[in-house]
Design a binder for this molecule. Sequence first.
Ligand code: SF4
Length: 290
Amino acid sequence: MSGSDLPGVEVEKRVSALDGTVKLLFRFGDGAPAESVVMFHKGRASVCLSSQSGCACGCVFCATGALGLRRDLSAGEIVAQFAACREAAGGAAHSIVFMGMGEPFLNWENVRGAIAALSDQKSWNIPQSRMTVSTVGVVPGIEALAASDLKVNLAVSVVTADEGLRGRLVPMSARYPLGEVMAAARRCGERRRRTVFLEYILFGGLNDSLADAAGLAALARGMDCTVNLIRYNSAAGSGLAAPDQATAKDFQKALMAAGVRAYMRRETGSDIAAACGQLAGGGPVRGQRE
Ligand code: SF4
């Protein structure tokens, strides 16, 4: 199966000259766009899929925050992205992240349907434990995952531990404050006995101080979690800046000194607008662990 197996779908492929990252641009039958990314690391392909065409959430650091929501993608359209990505990866894909365009928990029924299809042993046979659903903080979605028997991982895009600043960067915070999001994520992790991933984009001079690291460490305290850090890609056109390498490293060290498992992610595909914040819908942290 390839992306073109759906009627009327067009797929355009771009390949990064920097690191081989592949971006696929889909246009479905009604013209709705979506983008997927294939990242390679140590011989394995990881696939980032879109759950919606556009996004209603309007996060200010996301290239498509301004795009708005075109529409939800069907389970078939999500699976079609995977099929085309797998083909672009040479016929094998190791893991899947739902971190492309859209907020997966605002299209949960279709994302769930795609997860079921992709993990079907008679079909794509990708273990659910190699799939990650990333949310900007939709509490009912986190609760729905907690109540389900799905084995997929949960990632929460924290953005900042400062509620006031988060309110300015993530409009969804007005509905679901970070305290409620973290409490729901903690319950979800405990109930399912799974590590929760906390995604944290470092913006230069905004959320990258040692005090910010202390705030994040306080959020993570006592929780089975892993923090994934990524330096913001300043080319995303939001006016926000990337932190310098030394500041980002100090942030990671401060987390680790506070007993928090923290990794710095390697940015991928920045020359083809496939890096975090560039993918027409952006999404939270993507990239490979350094
Ligand atoms: S970061 Fe995610 S939730 Fe926020 S606007 Fe972008 S795609 Fe939507």
